[in-house]
Design a protein around this ligand. Structure first.
Ligand code: FES
Ligand SMILES: [Fe+2]
Length: 440
């Protein structure tokens, strides 16, 4: 259905122009084609992504199971400890209750009339009703639809309407740490249910109003969380998958226009400020070891000739195990930050991916549209690989060669977000990957 609609939308303007062109001079054809490729196609595809979301179809069970198995006993079975997006903030109004499942857990998420979002286990500690299905917000608590016990955001029963006795001290269900992060409701998930190990970084430009929210977009893909971090250190895939310029929001390649990448990757730690580096301020501020950074200085070539002045740099901050990622694009007339979240479903090999973007208040919106559209196009180029690949956990180390990028470092980096059993044999990488032929 979508294909037929696409064809109709793509072809009708062309047929219209051919008929019109028979009656007017050639120059109009140039105007038309420029408009068609520069505005019409990106805008149409933006609307398709935005309105219909185009989630990837759920993959067949056998293939999903086989791919998931390749991630091993730990990565294939438990989620990384970290902050995960539950919903966009605007999807939970005061008094709303939502049932949300992710990474094998089920939540009753509700917003009290005081405006604060809270999250507790979906199933009532009394006789197991689902609090989120039929439950009601009373003040800052949630009332169970079955026998009307109420629970606060800490999971404690605060009222048992038909009982005059004292509320038992064990009338308490599991609660979760929640934070609202620039329009996203985030929940902290830890295998041992312990307190957050790290906090999401403050974005100064959002706080002081220099940058404002522009738009957002969500979709679903069949991908494991580890792949995003690994992608950032897999330098050898940049030219084959991201080496060509595409029309924003589409996979349509612009002929002759290629992108030359100069990638770099670092784990977050205190670094000396380098005044000449566009990214120095951010690095200095982000000193914790719960982040890693990917930098790309890229420029364009037209039929193999470098285009002067076409270079641009981007910094990607991977927070935790990539459940939250920020992309910072700097231009002479303003900056853009894309906040991207990855939230695995119950199957750790399918996830919700959400993009929410912010721009300098004065930046022209069509430029924001183009830059974000380009990023989303480039991101889409990875999907075919992610959705069909396995994770090479064994043999250790994987066969890497000079030029592959610091994948041994990113594999060590992700390990700190997993809680391994004390039995070391369950550690997926007892011997961290090494690469004798690599210079990393
Ligand atoms: S099951 Fe919730 S109050 Fe009884
Ligand atoms: Fe990629």
């Amino acid at each position: 259905m979508q294909v037929i609609f696409d064809l109709v939308v793509y072809i009708i303007p062309i047929i219209g122009m051919v008929i019109y062109h028979n009656t007017v001079e050639l120059i109009n054809l140039g105007y038309f084609l420029s408009f068609y490729f520069t505005f019409f196609i990106p805008l149409y595809n933006y609307m398709v992504l935005k309105i219909w979301l185009k989630p990837s179809p759920i993959e067949n069970k056998l293939k999903a199971a086989s791919r998931l198995k390749s991630y091993g006993e730990v990565y294939g079975k438990i989620p990384a400890n970290g902050w995960y997006k539950l919903l966009h903030s605007h999807e939970l109004k005061n008094g709303d209750v939502r049932y949300v499942e992710l990474v094998g857990r089920e939540f009753a998420l509700f917003r009290g009339y005081d405006g604060v979002a809270r999250c507790i286990d979906a199933y009532c500690i009394h006789l197991g009703a689902n609090l989120a299905i039929g439950g009601k917000v009373i003040g800052s608590c949630i009332q169970c639809p079955f026998h009307q016990w109420t629970f606060n955001g800490h999971g404690e029963a605060t009222c048992i309407p038909y009982s005059e006795g004292k509320i038992p001290s064990n009338a308490k269900t599991r609660s979760y740490y929640i934070t609202e992060y620039y329009g996203e409701i985030m929940v902290w998930i830890h295998k041992l249910d312990s307190k957050p190990d790290y906090h999401l970084p403050t974005q100064i430009d959002f706080e002081n109003g220099n940058m404002v929210h522009v738009d957002y977009m969500d979709t679903e893909i069949n991908m494991h969380l580890l792949e995003f971090v690994e992608n950032s250190t897999d330098f050898a895939h940049f030219q084959p998958l991201h080496g060509q310029m595409t029309i924003p929001f589409t996979p349509i390649i612009i002929p002759g226009l290629t992108v030359n990448h100069s990638p770099d990757w670092k784990e977050g730690k205190k670094e000396k400020k380098d005044e000449n580096s566009v990214n120095s301020t951010e690095i200095e501020e982000l000193t914790e070891n719960d982040k890693c950074y990917f930098f790309d200085n890229a420029d364009l070539s037209l039929f193999n000739c470098r285009i002067p002045g076409s270079s641009a740099s981007a910094m990607i901050t991977i927070i935790g195990c990539a459940s939250v990622v920020t992309f910072t694009f700097k231009t002479p007339i303003g900056n853009i930050i894309i906040l991207q979240t990855h939230t695995p479903h119950n199957s750790l090999i399918r996830m919700n991916v959400s993009f929410s973007w912010f721009a300098t208040r004065t930046m022209p919106r069509f430029l924001v549209f183009y830059i974000v559209g380009n990023w989303i196009s480039q991101w889409q180029n990875d999907i075919l690989i992610w959705e069909n690949k396995k994770y090479i956990l064994k043999p250790l180390p994987p066969v890497l060669v000079r030029g592959d990028g610091p994948m041994n470092k990113s594999r060590r980096y992700v390990k700190k977000f997993y809680t391994f059993n004390t039995d070391e044999s369950n550690n997926p990488e007892e011997n961290p990957t090494s690469c004798a032929a690599s210079n990393w």
